[in-house]
Design a protein around this ligand. Structure first.
Ligand code: PEP
Length: 256
């Protein structure tokens, strides 16, 4: 059984003090007990204040939105895996489409970041997804498998168990046009089949594949009804208390 994973990607939003207030309020609105794993990914500058606001026994886990693959050194402006681990992060989002398109990230660099994360006990959430042009020209499956192959090349099966995949079609991110459940399920199947054939069916079945792209309180229930969709990576709708709390509660009520 795969535990449902709901991740809020705050992107470049909220100051450290806004972030602390937000998570304190969020905690109050969550169901008393839930089988869902809830994660927030604030900007680097708010990780410490969110950790302090949540306290050590909070059900909400902390994620970073990126890292650099070296541990330390002359890399102005970068942040390393040991630094994030020390701040209490459990997860790190890697290969987000905004990193790929706006900052030129490629699969080989994402691969190094995944290895660095795993070395330091951080769980990568690897984002993959096709553009609209790629979908319209029938290239979706090829794009997904190429991104997975390039980012995950030659990782040991034990390492794979720590990784979650986020299927995020680029055309659905921040557009209000979420993929239909059928489109998401088809892509999740392609991803799981690739994992099964490259590693093993057991490895593939143990890994969580979550959907991201205009997830809202209105569509989360429908998406999670498929047993192929193990959760969601949420952007815009995670910045507002009511909508993220509703997504978390709806996911908990569908329950795994
Ligand atoms: C994202 O940033 O990963 C994302 C899915 O954003 P949104 O939910 O706003 O589409």
């Amino acid at each position: 059984m795969r535990r449902t994973l709901i991740v809020g990607n705050w992107k470049m939003n909220k100051t450290a003090s806004e972030a602390a207030t937000f998570v304190r309020e969020l905690e109050k609105r969550l169901p008393a007990s839930s089988s869902v794993e809830l994660v927030v990914a604030p900007p680097f500058t708010a990780l410490e204040s969110v950790r302090a606001a949540l306290g050590p026994s909070s059900p909400i886990q902390l994620s970073a939105q990126n890292l650099f693959w070296e541990d330390h050194g002359a890399y102005t402006g970068e942040v390393s895996a040991p630094m994030l681990k020390d701040l209490g992060c459990r997860y790190v989002i890697l290969g987000h489409s905004e990193r790929r398109t706006l900052f030129g990230e490629r699969d080989d660099g994402i691969h190094k970041k995944i290895r660095a994360a795993l070395t330091h006990g951080l769980r990568p959430i690897l984002c993959v997804g096709e553009s609209l042009a790629q979908r319209e020209s029938g290239k979706t499956d090829g794009v997904l498998t190429q991104q997975l192959r390039g980012s995950l090349a030659e990782l040991a099966p034990q390492a794979m168990a720590a990784i979650a995949i986020a299927y995020e079609p680029v055309w659905a991110i921040g557009t209000g046009k979420a993929a239909t459940r059928d489109q998401a399920v088809d892509a999740h199947r392609v991803i799981r089949e690739f994992l099964a054939s490259t590693w093993s069916p057991d490895t593939a079945n143990a890994m969580r594949i979550v959907y991201g792209g205009s997830v809202t309180p209105q569509n989360i229930g429908s998406l999670l009804k498929s047993d192929q969709i193990d959760g969601a990576l949420v952007g815009g709708a995670c910045l507002e208390l009511d909508s993220f709390a509703r997504i978390a509660s709806d996911a908990a009520s569908i329950g795994v």
